[in-house]
Write a protein of this length. Structure first.
Lengths: 383, 331
């Protein structure tokens, strides 16, 4: 005689999962609608999280190349040009390896209706009269290498420069609106006297000395404002966190209404479902087994909605560059068309999303599921 | 207060889980008060039904607790740039006086919830709810711990103010500083490491003895329960410098980062899993004499001991591999 096979815990769970899937399949429309709604909530939240993480990553990559300290001169609370002799004074501060005067500024280009950033790089590789332009500038001005690049100087005259090349850049985020040119051209265009710079960049090799150096600068030059790289990074972080937090708060309303729908769906059992549970209990199912089926049901719906939502958000953010979120979270000048974000997907994001979506869903459905699982078979049969 | 999506997720889910707990504790108190299996009263039937709900709820509380434990460390880590001098979770936890207490309570609460589930599983092995009163007294003790953790977590995030000068992990877990972190780091590494390895071997040995002969459950419980705090201390003072290959770097959080191949995840998972299953064996020891459990409970304890031995052995191998392949040499 064959011995009766007692299923192990794992096998039991597999059978229960099997049963759950076929039971979900019997009420396809209702469950699909719920899953789609759930997936939409996940999609919204996941898009925000992925997009801000990617933007933050991009910003941090750019900041890696930023100077350790930037010193600006303030006049009546406004940023002003800084005298060139301070470069020497700053480089004498202990801990500063190098001080360098920088020249940069913005130029409103009426033909492109956009602000361009003019910058004199540390070592400009072109000749005087030449410019190197960013992708975005090349696109809007339709300027190709070798073509003329007319610019309206501050004295009203038109200076015609020549495009040498477009910037070969790993990150279009920084270089898209950039125009690189030589120092004499910059001073001629904007009328900056030779003894003034826009600001001064310092190299401080030891990161721990940065706050001390900044304090010394404030002491020696009371009209100056030293800005450290950590401060810039902190500001970026705070702004991105704050903005994404706001969007998440707005989406919280969606989350709440989704929770109500889930609660309602779980507590308003159809006559069909009641009969099913009644029959299961009448043929000897235990309350804990019905509860296990309900738990599997929640897990199946959560997991599929979670994966679908995550996948859609991934496509939305990294393939189509987040058209739905750009206006809220990015915000910059008009010259800002295409850049691909570097895809990121990490446990941090997934666990945040898990706590934001699966926890409310589970909390909303657990009590109704238990109530359904503990109904007496005779009560169901009689009704 | 920092309006960060993960902060919202952590605080929001803590409030929801807190609500579940209060609800469970309310019914737990009623069960402790008026449980009477021989009665067929309406109340007794309702209470019997509630037990199903409460064990389901506590299961979820545990899963969410684990997820939020990791997310808490992640979030602290990602908030680090907001604080001058903070370079990882160690610094941002230090930015508020609630940071480290929250983390410790979270680990403690997780451990207690896991033990509760082990007791609950044991209870379901007997037909007459043999552990029901013990289980719900335990729940009533567990609830304030978890609620305190929820409150502290909210207080921590409310208390955080960006730009506070905090210490980075180099100075916080460096042996020159003051405070709990550096007290741990200042333990003689060979002592902490030695005690940890001895405990680990002892617990594995006791687990094997228990699995084979069914004896020494108390010893297994005590050794593996001790190996959790000792293990965490040993990670800080002894093991982490081997991972970073820097004798002065003692941070327990950087282990969770990709630069170190996420080695912290298997490490902490094996430590938590192995020590808690082992401790569960000890907690169940007094109940072996209950008639309705005399067959099932020892078998269940043996399975737990098997898990404990497997996980702690895995942990031992991982630790051995870290020490053996590290370029750090202590002598």
């Amino acid at each position: 005689m064959k011995r009766l096979h007692i299923p192990t815990w794992l096998e039991r769970q597999r059978y229960l999962l099997d049963f759950t899937l076929s039971s979900l399949g019997r009420r396809k429309g209702k469950n699909l609608a719920l899953t789609a709604l759930y997936a939409m909530v996940v999609f919204g939240l996941a898009s925000v999280l992925m997009y801000t993480q990617a933007l933050r990553g991009e910003a941090m990559r750019i900041l890696e190349g930023a100077p350790d300290v930037v010193v600006q001169r303030m006049v009546a609370g406004r940023h002003d040009l800084i005298p060139a002799d301070r470069v020497e004074r700053l480089s004498r501060i202990r801990g500063v390896q190098e001080a360098r005067g920088r020249l940069w500024g913005y130029y409103y280009d009426a033909s492109a209706k956009a602000n361009l950033t003019f910058l004199v790089p540390e070592k400009f590789w072109g000749k005087a009269g030449e410019v190197v332009i960013g992708e975005g500038v090349a696109r809007t001005r339709l300027a190709a290498p070798g073509e003329p690049f007319p610019v309206l100087a501050s004295d009203g005259s038109v200076v015609i420069l020549k495009v040498r090349e477009t910037v070969p850049s790993p990150s279009e985020l920084v270089s898209t609106d950039l125009v690189l040119l030589s120092e004499p051209d910059f001073r001629r265009l904007f009328g900056v006297p030779p003894d003034l710079y826009t600001d001064i960049a310092l190299t401080v090799p030891n990161e721990k000395e940065v706050p001390m150096v900044a304090a010394k600068i404030r002491g020696q030059m009371p009209d100056s404002r030293p800005i450290t790289r950590a401060e810039i990074a902190r500001t970026y972080e705070a702004i991105l966190d704050w903005r994404s937090g706001l969007v998440v708060l707005v989406l919280a309303a969606a989350l709440l209404s989704f929770g109500i729908v889930a609660w309602d769906k779980a507590s308003g059992l159809s006559a069909d479902e009641r009969r099913e549970i009644g029959i299961l209990k009448a043929i000897g199912w235990d309350t804990s087994e019905v509860l296990a089926v309900k738990a599997w049901e929640g897990a199946v719906i959560s997991l599929s909605a979670f994966l679908v939502g995550l996948l859609l958000a991934y496509v939305h953010v990294f393939v189509t560059s987040a058209p739905l979120l750009t206006p809220v979270l990015k915000g910059w000048s008009t010259l800002y068309p295409s850049f691909r974000l570097t895809p990121t997907l990490n446990p941090f994001l997934v666990s945040t999303l898990f706590l934001l979506t699966v926890v409310p869903y589970t909390v909303a459905t657990v009590v109704p599921a238990w109530r359904a699982a503990t109904t007496d078979p005779d009560a169901v049969m009689r009704s | 207060m920092i309006l960060h999506p993960s902060v919202l997720a952590l605080v929001g889910s803590a409030l929801l889980v807190g609500a579940l707990l209060v609800y469970s504790a309310f019914w737990g108190a009623r069960i402790v008060q008026s449980w009477d299996l021989s009665s067929g009263s309406e109340l007794q039937l309702a209470l019997e039904r509630r037990t199903h709900l409460i064990s389901t709820l506590l299961g979820y509380v545990l899963v969410f607790g684990l997820a939020s434990l990791f997310l808490f460390v992640f979030t602290a880590d990602s908030l680090a740039p907001l604080f001058t001098g903070a370079m990882c979770a160690a610094g941002s936890l230090h930015a508020s006086r609630y940071g480290y207490p929250t983390l410790l309570l979270q680990i403690g609460g997780f451990a207690l919830a896991a033990i509760w589930l082990i007791v609950n599983r044991a209870d379901s092995l007997g037909y007459d709810y043999p552990l029901v009163r013990f289980k719900y007294r335990f729940l009533l003790a567990l609830t304030p711990v978890l609620l305190a953790e929820t409150a502290l977590r909210a207080a921590y995030f409310l208390d955080l103010k960006p730009e506070v000068i905090t210490s980075c992990c180099g100075s916080l877990f460096g042996s020159g500083g003051r405070g709990f972190g550096s007290d741990l780091a200042g333990l003689p590494p060979s002592l902490a490491g030695g005690v940890f390895v001895a405990l680990l071997l002892g617990a594995i040995g006791a687990g094997m003895v228990f699995r084979i002969s069914g004896r020494g459950g108390w010893l297994l419980g005590a050794l593996s329960a001790l190996s959790l705090p000792v293990g965490l201390a040993a990670v800080v003072s002894w093991l982490s410098p081997y991972v970073y290959e820097l004798p002065t770097h003692h941070c327990p959080f950087c282990l969770l980062q990709g630069e170190y191949h996420w080695i912290g995840y298997p490490l902490y998972a094996a430590l938590l899993g192995g020590s808690l299953t082992g401790a569960g064996v000890g907690v169940l020891m007094p109940f072996r004499s209950i008639p309705s459990l005399d067959v099932e409970l020892p078998a269940y304890q043996r399975r737990l001991a098997g898990w404990s031995v497997a996980l702690l052995t895995g942990l031992g191998l991982l630790v051995g591999w870290i020490v053996a392949t590290s370029h750090l040499r202590t002598s």
